[in-house]
Design a protein around this ligand. Structure first.
Ligand code: ADP
Ligand code: MG
Length: 335
Protein backbone atom coordinates (compact mmCIF):
# COMPACT_ATOMS: atom_id res chain seq x y z
CA UNK A 1 0.00 0.00 0.00
CA UNK A 2 2.80 2.34 0.98
CA UNK A 3 4.55 1.55 -2.27
CA UNK A 4 1.43 2.36 -4.30
CA UNK A 5 1.01 5.64 -2.42
CA UNK A 6 4.61 6.62 -3.08
CA UNK A 7 4.40 5.84 -6.80
CA UNK A 8 1.07 7.69 -6.97
CA UNK A 9 2.69 10.72 -5.37
CA UNK A 10 5.63 10.47 -7.74
CA UNK A 11 3.28 10.30 -10.73
CA UNK A 12 1.36 13.32 -9.44
CA UNK A 13 4.59 15.26 -8.97
CA UNK A 14 5.64 14.41 -12.51
CA UNK A 15 2.25 15.52 -13.85
CA UNK A 16 2.47 18.80 -11.97
CA UNK A 17 5.96 19.66 -13.15
CA UNK A 18 4.58 18.91 -16.61
CA UNK A 19 1.76 21.41 -16.21
CA UNK A 20 3.76 24.12 -14.47
CA UNK A 21 6.16 24.29 -17.45
CA UNK A 22 4.20 25.84 -20.31
CA UNK A 23 5.71 25.11 -23.69
CA UNK A 24 7.33 28.05 -25.40
CA UNK A 25 8.74 28.33 -28.87
CA UNK A 26 10.62 30.89 -30.94
CA UNK A 27 11.13 30.96 -34.69
CA UNK A 28 12.90 33.24 -37.15
CA UNK A 29 12.30 33.22 -40.90
CA UNK A 30 13.15 35.47 -43.82
CA UNK A 31 10.11 36.20 -45.96
CA UNK A 32 8.44 39.10 -47.77
CA UNK A 33 11.87 40.73 -48.04
CA UNK A 34 12.32 41.02 -44.27
CA UNK A 35 13.33 39.13 -41.14
CA UNK A 36 10.36 37.85 -39.13
CA UNK A 37 10.45 36.67 -35.52
CA UNK A 38 7.82 34.71 -33.62
CA UNK A 39 7.35 33.75 -30.00
CA UNK A 40 4.50 31.69 -28.60
CA UNK A 41 3.61 30.11 -25.27
CA UNK A 42 1.04 27.33 -25.06
CA UNK A 43 0.46 23.61 -25.46
CA UNK A 44 0.67 23.87 -29.26
CA UNK A 45 3.36 26.54 -29.46
CA UNK A 46 5.63 24.62 -31.82
CA UNK A 47 2.86 23.55 -34.21
CA UNK A 48 1.47 27.08 -34.20
CA UNK A 49 4.75 28.67 -35.23
CA UNK A 50 5.34 26.07 -37.93
CA UNK A 51 1.86 26.81 -39.23
CA UNK A 52 2.60 30.56 -39.07
CA UNK A 53 5.73 30.13 -41.21
CA UNK A 54 3.77 28.06 -43.73
CA UNK A 55 1.02 30.66 -43.80
CA UNK A 56 3.51 33.48 -44.49
CA UNK A 57 5.10 31.49 -47.31
CA UNK A 58 1.68 30.75 -48.77
CA UNK A 59 0.76 34.46 -48.68
CA UNK A 60 4.06 35.51 -50.21
CA UNK A 61 3.53 33.07 -53.08
CA UNK A 62 0.11 34.66 -53.63
CA UNK A 63 0.86 38.35 -53.12
CA UNK A 64 4.48 38.91 -54.14
CA UNK A 65 4.93 41.18 -57.13
CA UNK A 66 8.32 39.78 -58.05
CA UNK A 67 7.48 36.06 -58.00
CA UNK A 68 6.32 34.69 -61.29
CA UNK A 69 3.22 32.63 -60.74
CA UNK A 70 1.87 34.81 -57.94
CA UNK A 71 -1.65 36.12 -58.30
CA UNK A 72 -0.40 39.70 -58.14
CA UNK A 73 2.02 38.96 -61.03
CA UNK A 74 -0.89 37.53 -62.98
CA UNK A 75 -2.96 40.67 -62.35
CA UNK A 76 -0.03 42.86 -63.39
CA UNK A 77 0.39 40.79 -66.55
CA UNK A 78 -2.73 42.45 -67.94
CA UNK A 79 -6.16 41.32 -69.11
CA UNK A 80 -8.96 40.10 -66.87
CA UNK A 81 -7.71 37.70 -64.22
CA UNK A 82 -9.80 35.69 -61.81
CA UNK A 83 -7.91 35.31 -58.53
CA UNK A 84 -8.60 33.61 -55.21
CA UNK A 85 -11.31 35.12 -53.07
CA UNK A 86 -8.61 35.98 -50.53
CA UNK A 87 -6.51 38.06 -52.94
CA UNK A 88 -9.62 39.78 -54.31
CA UNK A 89 -10.75 40.62 -50.77
CA UNK A 90 -7.37 42.07 -49.85
CA UNK A 91 -7.37 44.16 -53.02
CA UNK A 92 -10.90 45.30 -52.19
CA UNK A 93 -9.69 46.41 -48.73
CA UNK A 94 -6.72 48.19 -50.31
CA UNK A 95 -9.05 50.11 -52.63
CA UNK A 96 -11.21 50.99 -49.65
CA UNK A 97 -8.18 52.34 -47.76
CA UNK A 98 -7.21 54.39 -50.83
CA UNK A 99 -10.62 56.01 -50.61
CA UNK A 100 -10.48 56.55 -46.83
CA UNK A 101 -7.02 58.13 -47.03
CA UNK A 102 -7.90 60.29 -50.06
CA UNK A 103 -5.36 58.38 -52.13
CA UNK A 104 -2.38 58.75 -49.77
CA UNK A 105 -2.32 54.94 -49.64
CA UNK A 106 -2.62 53.64 -53.18
CA UNK A 107 -1.55 50.21 -54.43
CA UNK A 108 -1.56 51.42 -58.05
CA UNK A 109 1.65 53.31 -57.19
CA UNK A 110 3.63 50.33 -58.63
CA UNK A 111 4.82 51.97 -61.91
CA UNK A 112 6.44 54.77 -59.89
CA UNK A 113 7.91 52.41 -57.30
CA UNK A 114 9.54 50.55 -60.22
CA UNK A 115 10.74 53.63 -62.09
CA UNK A 116 12.34 55.08 -58.95
CA UNK A 117 13.94 51.65 -58.49
CA UNK A 118 12.88 51.63 -54.84
CA UNK A 119 13.30 47.86 -54.49
CA UNK A 120 16.25 47.56 -56.88
CA UNK A 121 20.01 47.85 -56.41
CA UNK A 122 20.05 50.89 -58.67
CA UNK A 123 17.50 53.46 -57.49
CA UNK A 124 17.54 56.73 -59.43
CA UNK A 125 15.98 60.17 -59.42
CA UNK A 126 13.25 60.55 -62.05
CA UNK A 127 12.94 63.63 -64.24
CA UNK A 128 9.80 65.75 -64.00
CA UNK A 129 8.97 64.52 -67.48
CA UNK A 130 9.16 60.85 -66.53
CA UNK A 131 6.96 61.49 -63.51
CA UNK A 132 4.43 63.33 -65.68
CA UNK A 133 4.26 60.32 -68.00
CA UNK A 134 3.78 57.78 -65.21
CA UNK A 135 1.45 59.61 -62.82
CA UNK A 136 -1.66 59.13 -64.99
CA UNK A 137 -1.26 55.37 -64.41
CA UNK A 138 -1.88 55.86 -60.67
CA UNK A 139 -5.36 55.84 -59.15
CA UNK A 140 -7.99 53.39 -57.98
CA UNK A 141 -10.15 54.18 -61.02
CA UNK A 142 -7.71 52.06 -63.02
CA UNK A 143 -8.74 48.90 -61.12
CA UNK A 144 -11.95 47.07 -61.95
CA UNK A 145 -12.91 44.45 -59.42
CA UNK A 146 -15.90 42.34 -60.36
CA UNK A 147 -16.37 39.57 -57.80
CA UNK A 148 -12.96 37.90 -57.81
CA UNK A 149 -12.04 39.08 -61.31
CA UNK A 150 -9.54 41.91 -61.59
CA UNK A 151 -8.87 44.05 -64.64
CA UNK A 152 -6.27 46.81 -64.72
CA UNK A 153 -6.16 49.56 -67.32
CA UNK A 154 -3.30 49.26 -69.82
CA UNK A 155 0.11 50.05 -68.35
CA UNK A 156 -1.14 49.95 -64.75
CA UNK A 157 0.22 47.66 -62.04
CA UNK A 158 -0.42 47.05 -58.36
CA UNK A 159 2.00 46.71 -55.44
CA UNK A 160 0.60 45.26 -52.21
CA UNK A 161 3.93 45.88 -50.39
CA UNK A 162 2.32 48.54 -48.21
CA UNK A 163 -0.35 46.20 -46.86
CA UNK A 164 0.69 42.52 -47.33
CA UNK A 165 2.69 42.18 -44.10
CA UNK A 166 -0.19 43.72 -42.16
CA UNK A 167 -2.57 41.20 -43.68
CA UNK A 168 -0.09 38.40 -42.93
CA UNK A 169 0.02 39.52 -39.29
CA UNK A 170 -3.78 39.29 -39.13
CA UNK A 171 -3.52 35.69 -40.38
CA UNK A 172 -0.84 34.86 -37.79
CA UNK A 173 -3.00 36.39 -35.03
CA UNK A 174 -5.84 34.11 -36.12
CA UNK A 175 -3.54 31.07 -35.86
CA UNK A 176 -2.44 32.10 -32.35
CA UNK A 177 -6.09 32.43 -31.29
CA UNK A 178 -7.21 29.16 -32.90
CA UNK A 179 -4.36 27.16 -31.38
CA UNK A 180 -4.83 28.37 -27.83
CA UNK A 181 -1.55 30.31 -27.61
CA UNK A 182 -1.74 32.01 -24.21
CA UNK A 183 0.90 34.62 -24.84
CA UNK A 184 3.34 35.63 -27.53
CA UNK A 185 4.11 37.98 -30.34
CA UNK A 186 4.97 38.09 -34.00
CA UNK A 187 7.24 40.68 -35.55
CA UNK A 188 7.01 40.86 -39.34
CA UNK A 189 9.50 43.58 -40.22
CA UNK A 190 7.90 46.75 -38.89
CA UNK A 191 4.62 44.95 -38.22
CA UNK A 192 4.17 43.64 -34.68
CA UNK A 193 1.29 41.65 -33.21
CA UNK A 194 1.17 41.21 -29.42
CA UNK A 195 -0.93 38.26 -28.27
CA UNK A 196 -2.39 37.60 -24.81
CA UNK A 197 -0.10 38.47 -21.93
CA UNK A 198 3.14 37.40 -20.28
CA UNK A 199 2.89 34.62 -17.66
CA UNK A 200 2.50 37.24 -14.89
CA UNK A 201 -0.46 38.81 -16.69
CA UNK A 202 1.43 41.90 -17.81
CA UNK A 203 1.31 43.25 -21.38
CA UNK A 204 4.09 42.87 -23.97
CA UNK A 205 6.57 45.71 -24.40
CA UNK A 206 6.85 46.78 -28.01
CA UNK A 207 9.71 49.12 -28.82
CA UNK A 208 9.12 51.92 -31.31
CA UNK A 209 12.47 52.37 -32.96
CA UNK A 210 14.22 55.72 -32.76
CA UNK A 211 14.36 56.77 -36.44
CA UNK A 212 17.52 58.79 -35.78
CA UNK A 213 19.32 56.02 -33.91
CA UNK A 214 17.81 52.74 -35.04
CA UNK A 215 19.62 50.80 -32.32
CA UNK A 216 17.61 52.80 -29.76
CA UNK A 217 13.98 53.25 -28.94
CA UNK A 218 11.83 56.42 -29.21
CA UNK A 219 9.08 54.94 -27.00
CA UNK A 220 7.82 51.66 -25.60
CA UNK A 221 4.17 50.67 -25.82
CA UNK A 222 2.56 47.96 -23.69
CA UNK A 223 0.16 45.92 -25.77
CA UNK A 224 -2.11 42.88 -25.58
CA UNK A 225 -4.07 41.51 -28.55
CA UNK A 226 -3.13 44.50 -30.65
CA UNK A 227 -1.08 45.35 -33.68
CA UNK A 228 1.60 48.04 -33.88
CA UNK A 229 2.71 48.85 -37.41
CA UNK A 230 5.47 51.32 -38.21
CA UNK A 231 6.29 53.04 -41.49
CA UNK A 232 9.34 55.23 -41.67
CA UNK A 233 11.69 56.81 -44.11
CA UNK A 234 14.66 55.29 -42.32
CA UNK A 235 13.70 51.74 -43.30
CA UNK A 236 14.62 51.89 -46.98
CA UNK A 237 16.13 54.87 -48.77
CA UNK A 238 18.85 56.09 -51.10
CA UNK A 239 20.92 59.26 -51.29
CA UNK A 240 21.08 61.05 -54.66
CA UNK A 241 24.24 62.69 -56.03
CA UNK A 242 23.11 66.10 -54.77
CA UNK A 243 22.75 64.65 -51.25
CA UNK A 244 18.93 64.49 -51.23
CA UNK A 245 17.64 61.44 -49.38
CA UNK A 246 14.77 59.62 -51.07
CA UNK A 247 12.89 57.03 -49.04
CA UNK A 248 10.61 54.25 -50.24
CA UNK A 249 7.11 55.64 -49.69
CA UNK A 250 5.86 57.62 -52.67
CA UNK A 251 3.31 60.40 -52.50
CA UNK A 252 0.73 59.33 -55.09
CA UNK A 253 -0.25 62.99 -55.58
CA UNK A 254 3.20 64.00 -56.85
CA UNK A 255 4.88 60.74 -57.89
CA UNK A 256 7.88 61.68 -55.73
CA UNK A 257 9.04 59.89 -52.55
CA UNK A 258 7.21 61.68 -49.74
CA UNK A 259 9.29 64.48 -48.22
CA UNK A 260 7.50 64.00 -44.92
CA UNK A 261 8.02 66.03 -41.77
CA UNK A 262 7.41 62.71 -40.00
CA UNK A 263 10.33 60.38 -39.40
CA UNK A 264 8.01 57.52 -38.52
CA UNK A 265 4.36 56.66 -37.99
CA UNK A 266 3.20 53.80 -35.76
CA UNK A 267 -0.45 52.79 -35.90
CA UNK A 268 -1.80 50.75 -33.00
CA UNK A 269 -5.11 48.96 -33.37
CA UNK A 270 -7.08 45.75 -33.63
CA UNK A 271 -6.59 45.17 -37.35
CA UNK A 272 -3.14 44.56 -38.84
CA UNK A 273 -4.19 45.23 -42.44
CA UNK A 274 -5.71 48.58 -41.52
CA UNK A 275 -2.72 49.52 -39.38
CA UNK A 276 -0.34 48.76 -42.27
CA UNK A 277 -2.33 50.78 -44.82
CA UNK A 278 -2.74 53.71 -42.43
CA UNK A 279 0.92 53.79 -41.34
CA UNK A 280 2.00 54.18 -44.97
CA UNK A 281 -0.75 56.74 -45.67
CA UNK A 282 -0.13 58.90 -42.60
CA UNK A 283 3.58 59.02 -43.38
CA UNK A 284 2.65 60.51 -46.77
CA UNK A 285 0.18 62.94 -45.15
CA UNK A 286 2.68 64.45 -42.73
CA UNK A 287 2.18 65.69 -39.18
CA UNK A 288 -0.74 68.05 -39.61
CA UNK A 289 -2.93 65.94 -41.89
CA UNK A 290 -2.11 62.78 -39.93
CA UNK A 291 -3.53 64.42 -36.80
CA UNK A 292 -6.65 65.52 -38.68
CA UNK A 293 -7.06 62.02 -40.04
CA UNK A 294 -6.80 60.56 -36.53
CA UNK A 295 -9.46 62.95 -35.24
CA UNK A 296 -11.82 61.68 -37.93
CA UNK A 297 -10.98 58.01 -37.10
CA UNK A 298 -10.07 58.04 -33.41
CA UNK A 299 -12.34 55.09 -32.62
CA UNK A 300 -10.30 52.92 -34.99
CA UNK A 301 -6.72 53.36 -33.82
CA UNK A 302 -4.08 55.04 -31.68
CA UNK A 303 -0.79 56.29 -33.06
CA UNK A 304 2.73 57.43 -32.26
CA UNK A 305 4.30 59.99 -34.58
CA UNK A 306 7.99 60.83 -34.46
CA UNK A 307 9.31 64.08 -35.96
CA UNK A 308 12.80 65.54 -35.89
CA UNK A 309 12.38 66.69 -32.27
CA UNK A 310 9.10 65.35 -30.85
CA UNK A 311 7.31 62.10 -30.07
CA UNK A 312 3.54 62.59 -30.34
CA UNK A 313 1.09 60.00 -29.09
CA UNK A 314 -2.70 59.84 -28.93
CA UNK A 315 -4.41 60.07 -25.54
CA UNK A 316 -5.65 56.46 -25.60
CA UNK A 317 -2.06 55.27 -25.12
CA UNK A 318 -1.43 57.34 -21.98
CA UNK A 319 -1.55 54.31 -19.65
CA UNK A 320 0.40 52.11 -22.04
CA UNK A 321 3.37 54.11 -23.23
CA UNK A 322 6.79 54.79 -21.76
CA UNK A 323 8.98 57.58 -23.11
CA UNK A 324 12.44 58.52 -21.96
CA UNK A 325 12.56 61.45 -19.49
CA UNK A 326 15.12 63.95 -20.72
CA UNK A 327 15.61 61.90 -23.89
CA UNK A 328 16.33 63.36 -27.33
CA UNK A 329 12.63 64.00 -28.08
CA UNK A 330 10.03 66.28 -26.55
CA UNK A 331 6.82 64.39 -25.79
CA UNK A 332 3.39 65.68 -26.73
CA UNK A 333 -0.03 64.09 -26.30
CA UNK A 334 -2.58 64.41 -29.11
CA UNK A 335 -6.12 64.82 -27.74
P1 ADP B 1 7.29 48.38 -45.25
O1 ADP B 1 6.70 47.54 -46.32
O2 ADP B 1 8.74 48.65 -45.43
O3 ADP B 1 6.95 47.90 -43.88
P2 ADP B 1 5.17 50.22 -45.74
O4 ADP B 1 4.12 49.35 -45.18
O5 ADP B 1 5.06 51.68 -45.41
O6 ADP B 1 6.63 49.81 -45.34
O7 ADP B 1 5.09 50.02 -47.32
C1 ADP B 1 5.94 50.67 -48.19
C2 ADP B 1 5.97 49.93 -49.51
O8 ADP B 1 4.68 50.07 -50.14
C3 ADP B 1 6.98 50.52 -50.47
O9 ADP B 1 8.22 49.86 -50.38
C4 ADP B 1 6.29 50.32 -51.82
O10 ADP B 1 6.49 49.01 -52.29
C5 ADP B 1 4.83 50.49 -51.49
N1 ADP B 1 4.38 51.90 -51.53
C6 ADP B 1 5.13 53.03 -51.66
N2 ADP B 1 4.37 54.13 -51.60
C7 ADP B 1 3.08 53.71 -51.39
C8 ADP B 1 1.84 54.38 -51.24
N3 ADP B 1 1.73 55.71 -51.25
N4 ADP B 1 0.73 53.61 -51.08
C9 ADP B 1 0.80 52.26 -51.06
N5 ADP B 1 1.95 51.58 -51.19
C10 ADP B 1 3.08 52.29 -51.35
MG1 MG C 1 2.16 49.91 -44.70
Amino acid sequence: MKKILVSLLAALLLLCTGCSQPKEQTLQIFAMDTVMDFYAVGENAEETLNAAAQEINRLEALLSRTRTGSEVSAINGGGSVTVSHETASLLRSALQYAQTTSGAFDVTIAPLVDAWGIHSDMPRVLSANEIRTLLPLVGSDHVQLDGDTVTLDAGCRIDLGGIAKGYASDCVAELYRQNGVTGGWASLGGNVYAHGTKADGSFWNVSIRDPKNTAGSAAMVQLSNQFAVTSGGYQRYFTAEDGTVYQHIIDPATGVPAQSDLLSVTIIGQNGTMADAYSTALYVMGLESAQKFWHAHEEEFDMVLVTEDTVYYTAGLAEHITTEEGGPYRVQVIT
